[in-house]
Design a protein around this ligand. Sequence first.
Ligand SMILES: CC(C)(COP(=O)(O)OP(=O)(O)OC[C@H]1O[C@@H](n2cnc3c(N)ncnc32)[C@H](O)[C@@H]1OP(=O)(O)O)[C@@H](O)C(=O)NCCC(=O)NCCS
Length: 202
Amino acid sequence: MSLPARTLPWDWHEGVIPRNAKIDSTAYVETSFSFRFFRSELDDAIEYGRGASTYLGTMFDVGPRGRVRLGDYALVHGARIICDSEITIGEYALISWNVVLMDTYRLPANASERRRELERVPGRDPRIASGDVVARPVRVERNVWIGFDACILPGVTVGEGSVVGARSVVMTDVPPFTIVAGNPARIIRPMSQQEMNGANAQ
Ligand SMILES: CC(C)(COP(=O)(O)OP(=O)(O)OC[C@H]1O[C@@H](n2cnc3c(N)ncnc32)[C@H](O)[C@@H]1OP(=O)(O)O)[C@@H](O)C(=O)NCCC(=O)NCCS
């Protein structure tokens, strides 16, 4: 069931929250501008859990079959979420500035196919390049912290409680309770017992 389109009383952008976005009454959306590239046609395209927040700079670049989930108290500080399949952000996950979470590369590696896609851009609204490329779900599990400018690529799961260093490019799964960093991201160390304490606190 879709909800009525809603405006935000504090919004500087004259936009609406999409009808197929389910946003808990305690969640926070700083601006409807975050939905400028939101095109999902699914009934349950987006869900914000209890106390979840998205701030200025967060962009939901979500295609017609895309679905995004933000768990309870997840906080997204200005990330680009490029989703044609599914991106899940677990409860208490913290996503810093300029992070990119992508479940699809959107464009093919083949140059002539890419040229054809670029030729379609002028006829599109919104005017974006978005080809028929396989998408693989991304999962950011509970209590994860992703540092600024990091990039999480298609198919990756960042395991519970892990930390991704600033400016990292994460190409493969991150085990739970591990710190990774670099390009490509490598394990720096497992988290200490002290750092893991409280991970299961309610
Ligand atoms: C990942 C991070 C948490 C690690 O902190 P730490 O445990 O104190 O790690 P250290 O500083 O002791 O570094 C350990 C090693 O990892 C490397 N490293 C740390 N962060 C790195 C990064 N972002 N990219 C590449 N390498 C990194 C260090 O060079 C060091 O390598 P060495 O052992 O060869 O000397 C921290 O470096 C980081 O990136 N924090 C991001 C914070 C952020 O984005 N805040 C925004 C507010 S929401």
